[in-house]
Design a protein around this ligand. Structure first.
Ligand SMILES: NC(=O)c1ccc[n+]([C@@H]2O[C@H](COP(=O)([O-])OP(=O)(O)OC[C@H]3O[C@@H](n4cnc5c(N)ncnc54)[C@H](O)[C@@H]3O)[C@@H](O)[C@H]2O)c1
Length: 345
């Protein structure tokens, strides 16, 4: 088996590459090594940027520095592969409104190119959408509990209307990518799956304040930088550990039921930002310092995936609970503390 992973040097992509190389597949990590987000984290950006590249190279992954917006280069690299997993993206809402052109070209044209290539080569493809494509009108129907917002029903399915509420360029670009996935399934009978992913976390995630809040909180809690909570802290996600998503990609390769899937931890992993701070306090034996700032434009206060569809058709379900996953993340951060501490906070 030969797998092309776009965004292979990103957080999730690096886990997908590791997963398949350890299964004995040939793996290509295709990544343009953008630093847009890392440069804003306050961590040692260059070292952080090279970390996943070096990690994967040592495992025997073929490394290609190239852009998903370059159709020909993508085609040359995908030729001979049996599966494309598309994780490359501009994933941050904040960057999307600061640089909408970067956002649309990366997320829309990038996904379109991947689909065209999968169509030409007649190979299955799975891509990363996000639960943000549902929009944030959900915020209007929440009750406020002591530590969490509450929504009934708890789980939200793929039938929920998309793009409701106040939108940002990221909503549009990720929803367009997700729509194109469906277009290629319906029109060209492509074996494709669009995963509408909830908040992901895990090792090799250099989460700043733009995206990847679990990692950002965990990193700051270890290096003693104060955490910023945008909003009340009662925002809820069914956070999912990266390797659980690798299992879902592989489940799609085996089952090949095309479509869109909500992929998250479901009710088993739903936590609020305040709950996450409690978990960090337990693991670190120290309560992290935190401050509040107003909620940001476009923010979504609640999402828990109803994962029934993925369970039924992909025969997949998540395994890792927040306490276990966050402990692994903290151990990795401690091992690599110097990368995070190098610059000022
Ligand atoms: N992290 C989360 O919590 C989360 C939640 C929902 C959805 N997602 C989606 O999952 C996917 C992976 O997210 P992540 O957190 O691993 O992001 P990431 O930023 O860590 O990784 C993305 C990778 O894509 C690469 N990339 C960006 N533009 C590229 C281009 N034009 N050509 C080639 N490579 C390019 C980057 O260099 C980076 O290595 C994204 O599609 C994201 O929208 C992530």
């Amino acid at each position: 088996m030969k797998v092309l992973v776009t965004g292979g040097c990103g957080f999730l992509g690096s886990h997908v590459c590791e997963f398949y190389i350890k299964k004995g597949a040939q793996v290509i990590a295709y990544d343009n090594m953008t630093k847009h987000e890392l440069e804003r984290t306050g961590f040692a950006a260059e070292e952080a940027r090279n970390y996943n590249w070096n990690f994967l190279k040592n495992l025997g992954v073929k490394m290609v520095k190239a852009d998903v917006r370059n159709l020909q280069e993508l085609l040359d690299n995908a030729t001979g592969c049996n599966y494309i997993i598309h994780t490359a993206a501009q994933p941050a809402m904040t960057i999307s409104w600061e640089n909408p052109e970067l956002d649309i070209t990366t997320n829309v044209m990038g996904t379109f190119n991947v689909l065209e290539i999968a169509r030409k080569l007649k190979i299955p493809v799975a891509a990363c959408a996000t639960i943000h494509i549902y929009g944030n009108k959900i915020n209007d129907s929440l009750k406020e509990g002591k530590k969490r917002y509450i929504h009934k029903p708890e789980g939200i399915s793929e039938d929920y209307p998309t793009l409701q509420g106040t939108l940002t360029p990221l909503h549009a670009s990720k929803a367009a990518g997700d729509t194109y996935m469906k277009v290629y399934i319906d029109t060209y009978k492509l074996e494709a799956a669009s995963f509408r992913l909830t908040g992901i976390y895990g090792t090799r995630q250099f989460g700043g304040e733009d995206h990847g809040w679990v990692a950002n909180f965990a990193i700051r809690s270890v290096i003693d930088w104060p955490l910023t909570i945008f909003g009340t802290g009662k925002q809820v996600r069914d956070i999912i550990y990266a390797t659980d998503i690798c299992d879902a990609f592989d489940a799609f390769y085996r089952t090949r039921v095309p479509g869109v899937y909500n992929i998250g931890g479901g009710r088993m992993t739903m936590i609020s930002l305040l709950d996450c701070i409690d978990i960090l306090e337990k693991i670190n034996n120290k309560r992290p310092e935190f401050k509040f700032e107003p909620q940001r434009h476009g923010d979504l206060s609640y999402f828990v995936c109803d994962i029934s569809r993925a369970k039924k058709y992909l025969k997949w379900e998540p395994k890792i609970k927040p306490e276990e996953g966050i402990k692994k993340l903290i151990d990795w951060i401690i091992e690599n503390k110097s990368i995070f501490e190098k610059k000022g906070g």
